[in-house]
Ligand binder design. Structure first.
Ligand SMILES: *Cc1c(COP(=O)(O)O)cnc(C)c1O
Length: 369
């Protein structure tokens, strides 16, 4: 029981490494609202270059980045198409409606991926009764889809169709670099199909704060205005941009380790009777599994795990999500699998425990970031 806490709730829980802290401590700073923060400027340039875009804008969160994008592409009374399980639609408080008067039209996918043909016929005709369809948003990798990577040709076909039909495209690439590392397809190749791309530095890349939106010079000029409106204009932002820049330069390739650890975790889970991977294959750093009903609610299992030092989150219904990241070692994953096996065994022997309390010792939500 003296073992350390293994926190698999999200790849957002990482703490900056000593080297990242050093980069943060030494960051050159200025007032970014005056465009005078050298570290933020450098981050924006490096990211734009990485994504093959003309410009990029540093923002406090992925939610702000996505919402600026929606606002850039859609005016009040317009709509965007997106996959039904995506973050923009489900986990941002309908901000597109609250902040920008925009409507979302979800398309059901399989583990977050839909087929290009599903969009056909979804563009509303010009008619005074109807909203106007303007944008397609995709998420890669897909969080709710269990870290799924969009098949490249499918994504390309969706974006081609969108552009041929006069729609804009936005990529929620909170975990784009996981897709890059999993496939070997460079970020700029994924990004070329989108008018705007959002990435998060505070997920698998391990920075404490920050996301960015990339696109053409004109779009990013406008994005800056919307960022100010949303309260995201920052002053000596270099203090946080330095962590993001360090992450971009040093933490991309190492995502492969997280993917290996996720494979190890998935293999362990697959061996435990009563647990079933869902999706059945793990492609990146997210592992989602289903708990058999006889073992009780997923929340109860999560609580028992937490009492034994392993944190995961209930992911809706009988699902649980575990995410590997920078602060999780192979050894930690082995510990998590052992603990999971013990807890499942305990629940099998004590069916009354399976039905018992579902209060959490640790924060969690089915919409988890
Ligand atoms: C985390 C996440 C976001 C939002 O990022 P925040 O910085 O938490 O606002 C957006 N999209 C996806 C897919 C995410 O996982």
């Amino acid at each position: 029981m003296s073992e350390k806490l293994v926190d698999l709730r999200s790849d957002t829980v990482t703490r900056p490494t000593p080297a990242m802290r050093a980069a943060i401590a030494q960051a050159a700073v200025g007032d970014d609202v005056f465009h005078e923060d050298p570290t933020t400027n450098e981050l924006q340039e490096v990211l734009a270059e990485t994504l093959g875009k003309e410009a990029a804008l540093f923002v406090p969160s992925g939610t702000m980045s996505n919402q600026i994008a929606v606002r850039l592409h859609c005016r009040p009374g317009e709509e965007f198409l997106c996959e039904a399980g995506c973050h923009i639609y489900n986990y941002e408080q309908g901000a597109y409606a609250q902040l920008s008067g925009v409507v979302a039209r979800p398309v059901p996918g399989r583990y977050g991926i839909f087929q290009p043909e599903q969009l056909h016929g979804m563009i509303r005709p010009e008619d005074e009764h109807l909203v106007r369809t303007r944008l397609v948003c995709l998420e890669n990798t897909h969080n709710r889809g269990g870290g799924r990577v969009w098949p490249y040709e499918t994504l390309e076909a969706v974006c081609r169709w969108a552009h041929q039909n006069g729609l804009r495209t936005h990529l929620d690439g909170a975990r784009l670099f996981n897709a890059v590392v999993a496939t070997g397809i460079p970020a700029r190749e994924w990004a070329q199909h989108f008018d705007t791309v959002s990435v998060c530095f505070s997920k698998g890349l391990g920075a404490p704060v920050g996301s960015a939106l990339a696109g053409s010079k004109e779009l990013i000029y406008e994005a800056r205005r919307h960022r100010k409106l949303f309260g995201g204009g920052m002053r000596q932002a270099g203090v946080i941009a330095a962590g993001a820049l360090y992450a971009l330069q040093h933490h991309v390739e190492r995502l492969a380790e997280d993917h290996q650890n996720a494979q190890l975790l998935a293999q362990g889970i697959a061996q435990i009777p009563g647990l079933e991977l869902d999706p059945p294959e793990v492609q990146t750093n997210i592992v989602v599994f289903r708990v058999e009903e006889t073992l009780g609610p997923a929340e109860a299992l999560v609580e028992l795990l937490a009492q034994r030092g392993v944190l995961m989150i209930p992911f809706g219904g009988q699902l649980i999500r575990a995410v590997t990241h920078l602060d999780v070692t192979r050894r930690d994953v082995e510990q998590a699998v052992d603990t999971l096996a013990q807890v499942v065994d305990h629940l099998r022997r004590n069916p009354q425990a399976a039905a018992a309390g579902t209060q959490h010792a640790y924060g969690s939500s089915p919409g988890a970031e």
